[in-house]
Design a protein around this ligand. Sequence first.
Ligand SMILES: Cc1cc2nc3c(=O)[nH]c(=O)nc-3n(C[C@H](O)[C@H](O)[C@H](O)COP(=O)(O)OP(=O)(O)OC[C@H]3O[C@@H](n4cnc5c(N)ncnc54)[C@H](O)[C@@H]3O)c2cc1C
Length: 418
Amino acid sequence: MAMNVKPVPTLDDRINDIRLRTAEIVNEHILPNEARLWPNREGTELSEHDRRAAHELREEVKERVYKAGLWAPHLPKEYGGMGLDFLAHAYMNEVLAYAIGAAKLFGVVAPNSGNQRILLKYGTEEQKRRWLVPLVEGTMESGFSMTEPHNPGSDPRSLDTTAVRDGDHWVINGHKWFTSNGIDADFFIVMCRVKDDSGDYGRSGQMAQIIVPTSTRGVNVVRGIGIWGRPVSDHCEVIYEDVRVPLENILGAVGDGHRAAQDRLGAGRIYHCMNSVGQMWRAFDLMVERAATRTVHGGPLKDKQFVQGFIADSYQDIQAARLMTIHAAERIDRDDLDARTDISAIKIFVPAAYERVVDRAIQVWGAAGITNELPLAGMYQGARTLRLADGPDEVHKILIAKNVLHRYESGEGWDFGN
Ligand SMILES: Cc1cc2nc3c(=O)[nH]c(=O)nc-3n(C[C@H](O)[C@H](O)[C@H](O)COP(=O)(O)OP(=O)(O)OC[C@H]3O[C@@H](n4cnc5c(N)ncnc54)[C@H](O)[C@@H]3O)c2cc1C
């Protein structure tokens, strides 16, 4: 089923035009070809011919996206992107996320896209030339290496990978895991605790992000960690053993590391949540379509009240998730400090709503719901995973409560009208 996207009366013509043109490519060129674009979703071994055919088809769609001026919404025009403002990008995301994998065909590939944003904000001109431009051109791949197996990722102050200054180099030692895209990456941005008594690079003992080419001696990509029953993934365990990189590979100053990590996640969470909304929308369409066409126990599923309950509950989940996300996005757009509370609220609510919607869609489809022929099983795992990645639910609940309590302690209530 095609995604039903019409102009939104409250949006300006420019954003509506972007959404409509995005929907046209999604509906006409991606959805009907999903199985051919991503043949390995079926889990079968591909022949060289099928692999090449899929690659060529993906390149064709990318070319179409490029010609339509919809390539890389997250990047400024000078780096080949659309130069989209924040809200337009958010509204575009819900449309392109409707088709699984479409973001890649629009030039948004995690974790490269997050690294591109960090390089744009903190990179020197030389760092941009060396690392950002090849990432944008697709001649390099990257990863972001922060989480450690022996320390809680939800408390990044606990990280103990060190970067010690030695002459003109940083010497990095540490043990990371879940460094996504670790198998293909040409460089990692590594979060380190810096030891440098000179003070030239900021205070000692603070966090910094340092660019590390994966070909550097001492970078050991141990394995792609098996997840969800699959033996291998591209989320890698990496050991850094006396890895030497030039001092100029630091991004920003020592002490910028946490802020850069937050920059990477903060606004990015809006895009992730709008992606989830787009995917919920797809799951909802699939569920309603099946309910309308499947007959059980003498009547169509759509006439059973249990199923009508699924439809109504999912409708509420999607509307609530979407409106909360747009509200948070509008707050970020006007630099409202309370946006932090709303970002945490959507980071908890939206993945959970997404999980519930997909769960109901799978139930309505029966056994077919968990086959590789539908995107629902992958969505289900994705929704569950989102509750861990980018900060687990509990951390965000603590943040919301802290902000709310602070407001009441200062003698004010919470203003839900703004
Ligand atoms: C698919 C995927 C991709 C990832 N990609 C990357 C990547 O590219 N680079 C990278 O560096 N990392 C990556 N991560 C790691 C991710 O950022 C961490 O998993 C996340 O920050 C949580 O850290 P942790 O796994 O160490 O869990 P922990 O910090 O050990 O937390 C475990 C659990 O404890 C609970 N908890 C935490 N704090 C509190 C509290 N204060 N009160 C009550 N309960 C609490 C939560 O339920 C939490 O789930 C990825 C993770 C996944 C699943």
